[in-house]
Design a protein. Structure first.
Ligand code: FMN
Ligand code: SF4
Ligand code: FES
Lengths: 199, 444
């Protein structure tokens, strides 16, 4: 199977000792508000992991998972089980720009593989790999459900549509020029979506 | 029959994502009516409309609503399934992005009818842009008094609405897996009726729970504002109203189109500008989980639940994918198999193992390593998944393969015998770059 967003060769490692927490005061307040949306704390595991992904620099280490487990009073293995199930939790660091190109059915029929090959050639990486300078990670994605604009690519919190072998290089160049760390921006955007206005 | 814009009537109106514009164009009239109605009267309007769930299964919406107990000793929950993940479908994304108030209004009406005080919009993690539009709309609705305490000025009528974002998993669109995910678990399905109570009796946190699709909720305000009978006058005998279809693939104008139920499939393709890049080869009318229909059989197919089943396929989620004559069906199905193998949640053996075997066999066929008997082997594996899996993802992985073999057996045989595409070297999707004819069937 093509290497997808999630990979088997993650290295979460064993549960670290409790106590080395990193959530900022803002993150603590966000988690507290989110917990209040549900009848039990456990339901905040997914949003809690999104907060952790942002607070820990864009990916989830064992310490990050432990902190969510501690704060929600759940066992480490339970939270780890959740973190490893979903493809959008990064178990390894990603490049500053994570290029996730949809190669699913209709994108594959309108040139998605040409787009992937162009990126491979330009950046010298295959799907699943990160450039040496840490600027880009390339992945093949399953349907991003924006098929009408195929070929579609997700980069952090943004979708790019109507990509072709001709216009993809300009998009990559434009991303390279930007200072944003898109995996962190994505995590932050998702955390904020859970919060009511002014919260 | 043909294009009929009800949900999408004002979709191009500038500012329609904001409360003021939405309300000026008739929005929230359905809610205002519902607030003054009895529970059963609201459900009766939904019943009269004949609305069926737009998430894929087409289950009558009113039956679910009616199943929520009147007794409120336990809290009731309203959930919007906005996890849209079915390949080929992109209607809920557009509804949430451009018409979030219509979706929210439908959820509030459900809350009023079913005495629920809390609702969740479960949006797939990738849909940040759509979720941001929904967030903004929810905040506006709170300000206006359509959400929160004493909504529409009615004492004691409360409804809180939260967004819960997914984190990357197709299976979370399956309603019981969605409930697991909302409660903070891996996105795996839960025991189902008759082995467990229905979600309307014991859903999230063992409380009565209504789960409907985003498009289902978006239809509700129109039904309340104009009456169920008015909605039910559109469509066919058993498939009422309008339905959104996401048209993609080899068409001139891929986009969402809203048509009256019962519209001929080919008319939808015409709406989307017709087939591009060659003659029509096949259409998958309802998302990747449904059966492919070859060009010579599409003429009789109408876009309603009954006509689609009669043609050996399903209306599904309305993800209509159009393929021209350069499409290699075997490679297309190999990519489909890859999707299901990747998305299988791993809970049950037939699907967890079977989807991987299917993928491996498909991969070796299109790598020039196909063996005599591979087609029978595929059919055998599919037969052992279909009806034996814990949730419908397994069935959905098997059906498209079986249908493709039924209609395109000659293309499979050609691949196995000649080790190349029957369509030619420039087939779509392209032949995989890395040819590995020695693939074995060890687990991925
Ligand atoms: C694997 C799988 C994926 C599904 N994905 C979705 C989805 O993304 N959105 C959706 O509304 N329903 C999806 N469904 C259907 C839901 O289980 C459920 O039937 C639906 O949300 C009910 O709402 P409705 O009655 O309004 O259609 C899926 C089902 C399966 C088996
Ligand atoms: S059929 Fe079984 S393994 Fe496949 S998604 Fe459903 S529960 Fe999981
Ligand atoms: S197939 Fe690429 S977005 Fe759906």
């Amino acid at each position: 199977m093509a290497e997808q967003t999630q990979t088997a060769n993650s290295t979460i490692g064993a549960a670290p000792a409790a106590g080395s927490h990193r959530f900022s005061a803002q993150a603590e307040a966000e988690l507290a508000e989110i917990v209040s949306h549900y009848p039990e704390k456990k339901a905040a595991i997914l949003p809690g992991l999104w907060i952790a992904q942002r607070e820990y620099g864009g990916s989830l280490s064992a310490a990050a998972i432990q902190e969510v487990a501690d704060r929600l009073e759940r066992p480490f293995v339970e939270v780890e089980g959740v973190a490893t199930f979903y493809t959008m939790y990064n178990l390894r660091p990603r490049g500053k720009h994570h290029l996730e190109v949809c190669t699913c059915l209709t994108c594959a029929c309108v040139g998605a593989y040409d787009v992937v090959h162009k990126i491979e050639h330009k950046l010298g990486i295959k799907p699943g790999e990160t450039t040496k300078d840490g600027a880009f990670t390339l992945s093949e994605a399953e349907c991003l459900n924006f098929c009408g604009a195929g070929t579609v690519m997700q980069v952090g919190d943004k979708y790019f549509g109507n990509l072709t072998a001709e216009n993809i290089e300009a998009v990559v160049d434009q991303l390279r020029a930007s200072e944003e760390h898109t995996p962190m921006k994505l995590a932050d955007a998702i955390v904020k979506l859970h919060l009511s206005a002014g919260g | 029959m043909g294009e009929l814009k009800l949900l999408l009537k004002h979709v191009d109106e500038p500012g329609i994502e904001n409360l003021d514009t939405y309300e000026k164009l008739g929005g929230y009239a359905g809610l205002k009516k519902a607030v003054g109605m009895e529970r059963q009267a609201i459900i009766d309007e939904v019943k009269a409309s004949g609305l069926r769930g737009r998430g894929g299964a087409g289950f009558p919406t009113w039956i679910k609503w009616n199943g929520i107990p009147k007794d409120t000793s336990k809290p009731h929950y309203i959930i919007n399934n906005a996890d849209e993940g079915e390949p080929g479908t992109f209607k809920d994304r557009e509804l949430l992005l451009k018409l979030p108030h219509m979706v929210i209004e439908g959820m509030i009406i459900a809350g009023v009818a079913l005495q629920a005080e809390v609702g969740y919009v479960y949006i797939r993690g990738e849909f940040v842009e759509s979720a941001q539009a929904t967030r903004k709309a929810i905040d506006q609705a709170y300000k206006k008094g359509y959400l929160g305490k004493n909504i529409c000025g009615k004492q004691g009528l409360n409804f809180e609405l939260y967004i819960h974002m997914g984190a990357g998993s197709y299976e979370c669109g399956e309603e019981s897996a969605l409930m697991s995910s909302l409660m903070g678990e891996r996105g795996q399905p839960r025991l189902k009726f008759p082995h467990a109570p229905l979600p309307v009796i014991e859903g999230v946190w063992k409380c009565p729970t209504l789960i409907n699709n985003t498009e289902t909720y978006a239809a509700v305000p129109h039904i309340l504002a104009n009456g169920g009978a008015w909605y039910g006058a559109m469509g066919t005998e058993r498939s009422k109203g309008t339905k959104l279809f996401s048209v993609s693939g080899h068409v001139a104008r891929p986009a969402n189109y809203e048509v009256e139920m019962g519209t001929p499939l080919l008319q939808l393709v015409e709406l989307a500008g017709g087939v591009t890049g060659g003659a029509l080869k096949a259409i998958i009318p309802g998302g990747s989980s449904v059966q492919i229909v070859p060009a010579d059989q599409v003429a009789g197919v109408n876009l309603d639940y009954e006509s689609c089943s009669a043609a050996g396929t399903l209306l599904g989620s309305g993800g209509c994918m159009v393929f021209n004559e350069n499409t290699d069906i075997v490679i297309l199905m190999k990519r489909t198999a890859e999707f299901y193998a990747h998305e299988s949640c791993g809970k049950c053996t037939p699907c967890r193992e079977g989807t991987r075997w299917i993928y491996k066999i498909m991969e070796r066929i299109v790598s020039g390593g196909g063996q005599k008997g591979d087609v029978e082997l595929l059919l055998n594996i599919c037969a052992n998944i279909d009806g034996r899996s814990y949730c419908a993802l397994g069935d959905a992985a098997a059906w498209p393969i079986v249908a493709s073999i039924k209609h395109y057996r000659h293309e499979y045989d050609y691949w196995i015998e000649h080790k190349k595409s029957p369509v030619g070297p420039n087939c779509i999707p392209p032949v995989p770059e890395v040819m590995n004819p020695l693939l074995t069937l060890t687990p991925v």
